[in-house]
Design a protein around this ligand. Sequence first.
Ligand code: ACO
Length: 367
Amino acid sequence: MTEAPNPARMTPDPIAGLEGVVAATTMLSHVDGQKGVLILYGRHIEDLAGKLSFEEAVRHLWQDFQMPEASSLREAFGEARRAAFAVMPVLEAAPSSLGVYERMQLGLAALPMSTGLPDSIAISGALPVFLAASHRIARGQTPIAPDSTLETATDLLRMLTGALPPADHAAALNRYLVTILDHGLNASTFTARVIGSTQANLKQAVVGAMGALSGPLHGGAPGPVLDMIDAIGRPENAAAWIGEALARKERLMGFGHRIYRTRDPRADVLKAGLRLLGPENPKVRLAEEIEQAALAALKTAKPDRPLETNVEFYTAVLLDAIGIDRTLFTPLFAVGRTPGWCAHVLEQQETGKLIRPSSHYVGPSPA
Ligand code: ACO
């Protein structure tokens, strides 16, 4: 038995990443990678984030499905949070080795689906509760029960700390959750659609999509972005730190995108949110300097590949500025993206088609 890679596998594989393959028809969102445009059901992301609450934006995205109006959706999400709190004994009994993200997946697995709420609402409403409770359990604190009268962003922050958050923090979190609500056929959404296409239930699709989201090339990037900013520490260290990282062939987290060949519009939507958070935080200035140094270094290191700032860079800066622990960045991404995953699963299931592509066999022929 040899561990040497098979030459057939070593050859750059043009189909490995399905780049350029169109694999779904959707009403939900459109990403124009050349122009740097993101549309969610007919509206630009700049027209939604910072203007609508999370619930209002979800209602906008879900308008083709039989769902409550925005005000009732807020109530329904509140009811879903209350129902999810019943799962707390399962989360509290789980081994301490489980991280926040795995505990959220466990909570979903244990979530009863017969509460009378549509599954998309029961699941989307439950994840903020599981996130906050899992964070507190990991720190030896008691989970805080939801307040179903509040909107999701406010209650999520309250369930984390026990105190009602400042209005600008809740607004920033709303802006973040809306910004990441849906984004074409990204890896986790594709995963959700594949699972949904087997007519598996929505919980299975969301747990699987969470798995796809967790990797550092997708939703796992913002924690490492903040680690990078902290490691650089001062603007004058940026160019050298980045140069060394690129020389070691490392990827700079928060830069590059499969679809965008220009700046990810979500980066600017989040950056605009930072400006609303009062007197300038020194870390924001540092982040801006690091961003400029990174863009210049990437241009030199990869002249043929336009590598621009993606959503994760300012996700890290914005969430840090409102006091969210970096271990919660990917869990929060899952909270914001879940209604998008649910809508894609419903849309896929309406087609009645199983997703089952073919593969190109390069193994040996039978003797
Ligand atoms: N830093 C340095 N080099 C990079 C970066 C980066 N951030 N991104 C791509 N490259 C380089 C690759 O090393 C590769 O170089 P090579 O041709 O010399 O080998 C070239 O650019 C193309 O890279 P691919 O991986 O083929 O391009 P792809 O479109 O698949 O990459 C991806 C997209 C995975 C997001 C990539 O840009 C990356 O790894 N970025 C860093 C991680 C990150 O920020 N992820 C969050 C993305 S946004 C989201 O998912 C929510």
